[in-house]
Design a protein around this ligand. Structure first.
Ligand code: FES
Ligand SMILES: [Fe+2]
Length: 416
């Protein structure tokens, strides 16, 4: 066997060959700035699919609620723990004159009270009380509850779907990738959670694309991550493996097992999982994190983490001992609300807490490098100087996301 054949990162494997329907040529930049296309995405994509709204840990007891603002769906949704222990979701809009019921992003209420004129709803959305009720005309409170939204959970993640009649259940929507990842110990690894959020002046797909390829790592992150994800055999941070699963996609990311962390990072690595760790696949026993079939499915010893891209804009990246998520919620064609959340087990010692803090700050610094590039790219995209992006093989997920959006818009636009 030649040296080239022995190196899995130097061959010329073509992932695109598995998806001929997506083509391999340049892709148009128009979906990244077209107001008309953005309107199609709103109506026939975001208003049709299941969107992550949070985690169940935030909703422990009846009355605990979270609010998910979804400007791309022209709404805001309340998700609340119901008296029967299930989940209820409602449009965050009063039946009287449309005021938002919940202004705060989360909280606990025995009932929902509209502060405009005091209409009150129970946790199942029923209208309970109307002040000065006799001054209205033929008021039938039984028909004036909050408007429900479909809600379900997968792996402890809460999803909502604003379509009054979703075409698929959440389990159907998550499909093969959801089934292959669901056994990751998300609950145990959600004891310490940090969220960063910001508004990026860029199209949601441009934000998303920055996180669904690793080939920018040696360049954009050459200061923050000089050798964590490259080595002599893999100088371009090629992936271990990537695959499309229905609407969604996943990739196994390479890590350099010879990575030399700084002295402080070494201390942090000793007490927990960090974003820039080398291979997490050591030891004889299969850790719970590695048990799900779609986590490191090739069994590579150089695996660092598994990136699962749930269409349209929810990423779950798991490793051994921590995971992080990204979500990109469009606000306008060139404005995106970006949420990044890093999650760890509840720390048992101060050393573990230090390790998590180090990891979270390191993660933030890397994300800032990405954020800068995204806005710079958006600032040029309408110039007309370039009307196409040129994609390499490992930029397959960018092509797949664009292709999948077109497919979905076509499907629902044509639906009766
Ligand atoms: S709008 Fe809610 S009570 Fe009037
Ligand atoms: Fe990056």
């Amino acid at each position: 066997m030649s040296a080239v054949e022995a190196n899995p990162y130097a061959g010329n494997r073509r992932y695109h060959d598995d998806y001929p329907e997506m083509g391999s040529g340049p892709v148009s930049t128009e979906p990244y700035y077209s107001e008309a296309y953005f309107q199609l995405e709103k109506e026939y994509l975001f208003k049709k699919v299941w969107l992550n709204a949070g985690r169940v840990e935030a909703l422990q007891t009846p009355g605990d609620f979270i609010v998910k603002d979804l400007p791309v769906c022209d709404t805001s949704v309340i998700v609340v723990r119901a008296p029967n222990g299930g989940l209820n979701a409602f449009h965050n809009m009063c039946s009287h004159r449309g005021n938002k019921i919940a202004y705060d992003p989360d909280g606990h209420n025995p009932s929902f009270y509209c502060r405009f004129h005091g209409w009150t709803y129970d946790l199942d959305g029923n209208l309970q009380d109307v002040p000065d009720e006799e001054n209205y005309f033929d008021l039938d409170k039984s028909c004036l509850g909050l408007t429900p939204v479909h809600v379900d959970e997968w792996g402890g993640f809460i999803f909502v779907n604003v379509d009054p009649n979703p075409a698929e259940t959440l389990q159907e929507y998550m499909g093969e990738l959801g089934a292959g990842l669901a056994d990751y110990p998300f609950a145990e690894t959600s004891g310490q959670v940090f969220t960063f959020e910001t508004v990026v002046n860029a199209n949601w797909k441009l934000v998303k694309d920055a996180f669904q390829e690793t080939c920018h790592t040696p360049y954009q992150h050459n200061r923050s991550l000089p050798d964590a994800y490259i080595n002599e055999a893999n100088p371009h941070t090629r992936l271990i493996d990537m695959q499309v699963h229905g609407y969604h996609a996943r990739a196994s990311l390479f890590g350099n097992v010879e990575h030399q962390p700084s002295p402080v990072a070494s201390r942090a690595y000793g007490y927990g999982s960090t974003i820039a760790g080398a291979s997490m696949v050591d030891g004889e026993e299969v850790a719970p994190a590695l048990a799900p079939p779609l986590v490191n499915p090739t069994g590579s010893a150089e695996w660092s983490f598994e990136l699962s891209v749930f269409f349209p804009s929810f990423f779950v990246a798991v490793t051994n001992g921590s995971y992080f998520t990204h979500q990109f919620i469009p606000i306008a064609v060139d404005k995106t609300h970006w949420f990044s959340t890093t999650c760890y087990p509840a720390p048992k010692t101060a050393a573990e807490r230090f390790s998590q803090e180090y990891s979270r700050v390191m993660f933030r610094d890397i994300m800032l490098e990405d954020g800068r590039q995204i806005e710079e790219t958006q600032s040029m995209i309408k110039s007309g100087a370039k009307n196409e992006f040129i994609l390499k093989d490992e930029e397959l997920f960018i092509r797949q996301g664009l292709w999948q959006a077109d497919q979905m818009i076509e499907k629902y636009r044509g639906a009766p």
